[in-house]
Every structure is written in C-alpha cells, then in structure tokens.
Design a protein around this ligand. Structure first.
Ligand code: PLP
Length: 787
C-alpha cells in the first residue's frame, strides 16, 4: 500500500526547505518543484535497488546528443502507479495535480524525432526490465522557444532550468576530465531516474555538464582582472550551454564538435573506469557493455575508446580494435546524402590532435583491410574515412562498429542499395533494420486516458500497456456500432479539449465538428508543409469560385519549429500564416476552412494534438523520411494516415490496411526514374488550379514583409538554385494526387461510422510500432542483452 501520509509529509518538508513556506502558499511552479522532490524521495530506494540488482550484468548504453524527454511528473506518477494517490494528497492540500503538471517546463534537449526516439527507448528499456542507460549532454538551454510575430517565427532561449530540475542528482563524486587541445574541462554527471512501468526497474539517464577545472582565478581577481578571473569558467560552461537547433548537421561548428567529444569521452571514461574498478579485465569489456550510437553525433566513440584502451591502458592496437568494434553499434537516421555528417580535417586536427591521429591510423587499417579484399588504389576513395579534406563520420561508424542499422524497412533497403551500398557489399552481415517505435505509455495511456479506458474495456485487460500487440483484438469490434459511436465520441472529446487549449494559448476558436487535419513535425522542405499549404489555398479558391460544394468543414493545424538559419523553412511558416489570415477572416470561408499554426510545438503540446487528430499528414517526398515516429503516434490514437509510401508509412499501411489509409504520390522508384527529365513547369501549367496557388507567392496576394522569402520559394519550385533542381521535392508533381487523396478523406469522413472503422483499424494495427518491440529487437539482435 502506498503511504499517502508519508507523501504529504514530504510535500510539506520540501515546501518548507525549498521555499520557506507551506504548500498552500506556493504558486504552481513552486508546487511542482516541491511535489516532484517529494516523489523523488519515493523513487530513490527503487533506483538504488535496481542498480544493485543489475550489478555484474551486461548493460546497454545509449549514446545520444539529444534526449527529447518532455515533462516528467505525469509520466513518473503513471509508471510508479501512484497517480490516483498523488491526486488525492494534492487535493487534500487544496491543489490540483493537472495544474501542477502543466506548470512543468519540457526537458527539450532535442530537436525532433531523433531525440524523442531516444526518450521512448529509455522508457521501453526500463519498462521491459533491461539494464539500459542513456548518456548525453545536459544543455543549459534546450530547443529554442518559438513565438510567432506578424506570422513569422521568433526564437528565444529555452531557460528550462530557471526553477531548478527536481528530477536530477548532481554526482560530483563521479566527475571526469575531458581534454582538448587547449586544456581539460570537468564533466559533471547529472543523473535522472528513468522509471519503468510498474516501478520495478529504475534505470539512469546520465547527462554531462561542462565546468571549469579551476572555476575562479583568485590571482586574476586580486590583480583586478575580473573578466580573467572567470574566463576559464565561462569558456568551459559554454560547451554545454545550448542545443544546436538544427535538425540535420551543423557543418563546421567547432563548438558542436566540442560537445560531441565532451559527452562521448566522459561517458566512455566513466564506463571503462567502473569496469576496471570492479576488477574486470578490459578484454571482457564487450561482454559487459553494448554501446549504441544514435546517429553519427557520438561517432568519435570509435577513436576515443581506442585511445582509452591503447594509450591509457596499454593494450595493443589490434586487440583494442576488436574490443571497440564488438562494443559499439551504429544507427543511421538519414538518407539525405547531404546530411551525412563530416568534419573539415583542419578543425578536427586542431581541436582533437590526438584523436585525429588515431582516426588516421584507423583509416590506414581500413586501407589494409580493403587491399586484402582486392580493393586497391582509387577504388578505395569512396571508403576512406579521411578524404578530400574531410573526416567522414558515417564511414568511421560503419568501419568501427559491428552493426549498422536503418530505422524502417524501406530506409534500410535504400541504405543497402544506394547511399551505403559499397559498405553493404563488403560487410553485408553488419547491416540490419530496426523499425522505430514509440512508447504507448506516454503516447496513449497518459495522453489519451479516455481512449485507453475504452481499449482496456474492449480487450478485457490492460495488458496492452506492456504488450501492444494485444491491440489486434480490437478488430473483433469493427462491426459493433456501439463501439464505433463511442470511439467517435471519445475523439470528439479530445477535439473539444484541444480546442479549449488552443483558445487559451493561441486565442483562436476552432470547431470540434470540423475535420482536424494535423501536420506536426519539424519544418523542412522534404516534409512538404508547402504541399499542404497549397492544397488549403486551392480549397479556398474553389469555395470562392462557387466550386466548393462537397468540401467538408476542416481545421488545418500545423505545428513546427524551423532551424533559425533555415530561411526557406521560415518563409514557409510565414506563408502558412498568411494563408491563415486570408482564410480565417474571409466571411465566405471562415466557417468551412480554418488554419491554425500552433506556437512552440514540443512534446507537451504534442500530447494534446495527437489524440485530437482526424487525419495524420505524412506527406514527405518518397525516399526522404527515414522512418518518422509522429506517424505512429497518430495511428495509435486512431487517426488514419494521408501519406506517401515513405519511411515507416509503408509498414503502417501494411498493418492498418490500405483501405483504412489515404496513400498518394510518386513512389521512390518513380521519382528515381523521372528525376533527370522532370520539368515542374509541366504540372504547373497543366494541373488545373495549381498555377494560381503557386503564383500566390509572387502575385501580391500575400505579403512576406519585404523579405523576398516568397519570391525565393517560388524560384525554388520553378527555377531551382545552384544547390538543387527546380521543385527538388516534387511538390508540383504530387499536387494532383494529393488533392485527390484529400478529396477521398473528405468523402470518407462524411460516413461517420465508416470512418470510425478506419480509426479503429489503425489503433488495432499499431502494435508493431511500440518501442518495446524495437528495444527487444535491439536487445536480441545487436546487444545480446537480457532482462
Ligand atoms: C514525435 C515527435 C517528433 C517527430 O515527428 P515526425 O513527424 O516523425 O518528424 C518531433 N517532435 C516532437 C515534439 C515529437 O513528439
């Protein structure tokens, strides 16, 4: 039995110790801190017990530059199984748990899908009882806070630690030094408990903060050099000051390279030191550690582990390389050739001269391996880790690890056939697929308790919380009218709740009886928010012309951050908001079309958006989205997909059924076949209605605030630019097909029961997309890990 009296006492104590007041006197921010600290006290014994139980067992280490964790309180209460008790204790103190949960800042230490994947993996690892710890960077500022001013994105620093972080413990006793060319910095770990569902396993997310070895220069201070006295402190702390807000790579940014080496070196030093402290032989390191690299951001793990084994611990090169390779594995997240990470040699050599020498030696060993396979001379160039003045992080990762995986079936196939084909030819056994997943605990149970309740009732068990394949059982209810009506009424409830939230934070009224058509994801050309925007404008013009009969009322919701330096992406945000102004204010259309760009899209906002969607926009250019995970969150919450055959959409449609999805557009091979001869002027001139929406960018319909952004977008579609072809993402080529699919959505939606069947079949097919399944596959097939 959970001791509510004890929790109340702890709440009182933390209110007093942290704020010098009683709980009743705190505001919601302060209450959140005090209450979370009280919960932390409940967690610590479970955490300690897990560490003890895991002693001596092999563990997996997930190295990631990003962990997009979102809020912790609600999730932790759920996984501890004490949400009702918490609500009661707070209620007795006159406080409301929901208000306190809403006061929590998101831990936004990631950009998008890649960082959120890492967070879902940690939840699944702990919930399945695997020893799986995360290692990353404790950014002082996470992903920027977005506001929209005059339709344009404005960024502000995300000061998420302003009120402190009640969920982390500073472990100064386990600090290590990380050395750069200009000297050492201190890496101080902050540990956060990762509570598995049921509370039996509590793993660790260890995030490193950079601090000065000598934080205060007393001599400089005495000599009245006040800046000099804190220079070392400022320089060191700058390393972990801020998350780079770019979704792809940050080419040539010295500080980014510092961040990468900083957290990788600290993590590996920590693992090696603890291994040795246990009295174990370093030759047994791979039997005790499986280290997964989340993309190439931690690829410097390859030379760093080599450095520790050979230079710090005197092992010979060949044996060290065997151990390194058997310990490490690499996940590739991209098919965009231009996004494969590489660093200028001069930068690498300057910042990390010793590491650079080790990479050179690895490159020489690669050459010798290639020679023994009969690959000589120029034929070696495309494999070389150091080539053309760059260090190729993907090549280093493939050569220096025993496993390379893609993140959806199509993505892995494309890697093997195109981008990484030459590597697949020589190391076919290293390549494998691990289709991404999401945790149903956060993305269904916590964010959609209404639907969770129905699912549990229909299945007669809540076993789906840890075994999502059970959702299959929902198919038996596809012709039960009562179930379908209840499903529709739950969806409506979630739409009303979202509408209320949007009214509060955006000041916009939306109609819960309209179709909620939602596209939420980072703003990127390949994700094609512009295609969605063109379609909305086409609907608008059709209604204005009197050709809009049959168009069902729709609310189009967008949420997206654009990288601050990505001008074209920012232009698209402005364009969407210009369309919103036009459509929302026109008396002829405002009851039929509504466009909302929600500000500051992040995990906590996502939790309100996914459950309220009627249709999931997954419209990337085929071949460009590695997997996607937003698509899975929509599916799990009963929203059919309108999408291209890209990334995990293919597997989603396989599970949900084509008849319950709206697939359109060019396929990968069709794009491949036409791209040389593609002329976007053909669809532009020939597809009815297309020219007028594209031309809205330049004909004075909209105002880009004098930036020239809209003209530039127009040019990118019809003229191209030196770095890419006109309509590089085939927006005009796919427009007609997209419009047809959207028409089919509108028609299908009118049959409310028929549409509910589609929603139900999507939920029923979502079992495969649990990150529990993904983590089991990593554990069995890459990590040899037991729970
Ligand atoms: C799931 C998620 C993403 C990834 O969305 P995609 O559509 O797969 O790109 C990005 N940001 C947040 C906040 C998410 O929750």
């Amino acid at each position: 039995m959970f001791d509510k009296k004890r929790l109340k006492e702890r709440m009182n104590a933390h209110a007093a110790v942290s704020f010098g007041r009683t709980p009743e006197e705190l505001d919601t921010k302060e209450s959140h801190i005090a209450f979370s600290k009280a919960i932390m006290e409940e967690v610590v014994p479970l955490w300690t017990a897990t560490k003890k139980r895991q002693e001596g067992k092999k563990k997996a280490c997930y190295l990631s530059a990003e962990f997009l964790m979102g809020r912790a309180l609600g999730n932790n209460l759920m996984n501890l199984g004490i949400d009702d008790e918490a609500r009661e204790v707070l209620g007795n103190l006159g406080m409301n748990l929901n208000d306190i949960e809403e006061a929590e800042e998101d831990a936004g230490l990631g950009n998008g899908g890649l960082g959120r994947l890492a967070a879902c993996f940690l939840d699944s690892g702990a919930s399945l009882g695997y020893p799986l710890d995360g290692y990353g960077i404790r950014y002082e500022y996470g992903i920027f806070k977005q506001s929209i001013i005059d339709g344009a994105q404005v960024e502000e620093g995300d000061n998420w630690l302003e009120y402190g972080d009640p969920w982390s413990v500073r472990r100064l006793d386990e600090a290590v030094k990380v050395t750069f060319f200009d000297g050492p910095v201190l890496a101080v770990p902050y540990d956060t408990p990762v509570i598995g569902y049921g509370g039996k396993t509590v793993n660790t997310l260890r995030l490193w903060k950079a601090e000065a070895v000598r934080p205060f220069g007393f001599k400089e201070f005495n000599d009245e050099d006040y800046e000099g006295s804190v220079r070392e402190k400022n320089n060191a702390e700058t390393i972990t000051r801020v998350l780079y807000p770019n979704d792809c790579t940050d080419r040539g940014k010295l500080l980014r390279l510092r961040q990468q080496y900083f957290f990788v070196s600290a993590s590996l030093q920590d693992l090696v030191a603890k291994h040795i402290a246990k009295g174990l032989d370093l030759r047994a390191f791979p039997e005790h550690h499986a280290i997964q690299l989340n993309d190439t951001h931690p690829a410097v793990a390859v030379p760093e582990l080599m450095r520790l084994l050979t230079e710090e611990h005197g092992m010979d090169w060949d044996e060290a390389f065997d151990i390194t390779r058997r310990s490490l594995a690499y996940t590739n997240h991209t098919i965009l050739a231009e996004a494969l990470e590489q660093w200028p040699v001069r930068l690498y050599r300057k910042l990390l001269p010793g590491i650079y020498e080790i990479i050179r030696k690895i490159d020489r060993s690669l050459q010798s391996d290639l020679r023994s396979m009969g690959i000589r001379g120029k034929a070696q160039d495309r494999y070389r880790i150091i080539h053309g003045g760059s260090v190729k992080m993907a090549w280093l990762s493939i050569y220096g690890t025993h496993s390379t995986n893609g993140v959806a079936e199509l993505h892995t196939d494309l890697l093997k056939e195109t981008e990484l084909r030459h590597w697949y030819d020589i190391y076919p056994e290293r390549f494998n697929n691990k289709t991404n997943g999401i945790t149903q605990r956060r993305w269904l149970k916590m964010s959609n308790p209404e639907l969770s309740g129905l699912v549990t009732e229909l299945l007669g068990t809540d076993g789906w919380i840890t075994d999502l394949d059970l959702l299959e059982g929902l198919r038996d209810h596809a012709d039960d009218e009562d179930v379908l009506l209840r499903l529709n009424s739950i969806k409506r409830m979630k739409k009303v709740q979202l509408a209320e939230h949007i009214r509060k934070v955006e000041g916009i009224e939306i109609d819960p009886d309209s179709i909620f058509d939602i596209q939420i994801k980072r703003l990127h050309e390949y994700k094609r928010q512009l295609l969605n925007a063109f379609h909305i404008l086409d609907l608008y013009y059709r209604i204005k012309e009197g050709n809009g009969e049959g168009i069902a009322p729709r609310t189009f919701i967008f949420g997206a951050k654009a990288a601050p330096g990505y001008k074209r992406a920012k232009g698209i945000i402005k364009y969407i908001n210009e369309i919103a102004n036009l459509v929302n204010s026109d008396p002829e259309t405002k009851d039929r079309l509504k466009v909302v760009f929600v500000t500051n899209y992040r995990v906590s906002y996502a939790e309100k958006l996914f459950p309220a969607a009627d249709i999931s926009e997954q419209i990337s250019t085929a071949g460009k989205e590695a997997s996607g995970t937003g698509n899975m969150k929509f599916m799990l919450n009963g929203a059919p997909t309108i999408g291209t055959l890209d990334g995990a959409n293919i597997e989603i449609v396989e599970e949900a059924g084509e008849e319950n999805s709206f697939i359109f557009g060019l396929k990968v091979d069709e794009i491949e076949a036409m791209k040389e001869s593609y002329d976007p002027h053909v669809p532009y001139m020939e597809i009815p209605g297309l020219k007028r929406v594209v031309d809205s960018l330049v004909d004075g319909t909209f105002d880009d605030g004098g930036t020239g952004a809209f003209r530039e977008l127009h040019d990118s579609l019809l003229k191209g630019a030196s770095w890419h072809r006109p309509d590089n993402y085939f927006i005009l080529a796919d427009f007609a097909s997209y419009r047809e699919a959207q028409e089919a959505v509108g028609k299908a939606y009118k049959d409310r029961l028929g549409y509910a069947v589609k929603c139900l079949m999507n939920i029923a097919g979502a079992g495969k997309f649990s990150s529990d399944r993904t983590i089991r596959e990593y554990a069995d097939e890459i990590w040899s890990l037991e729970n």
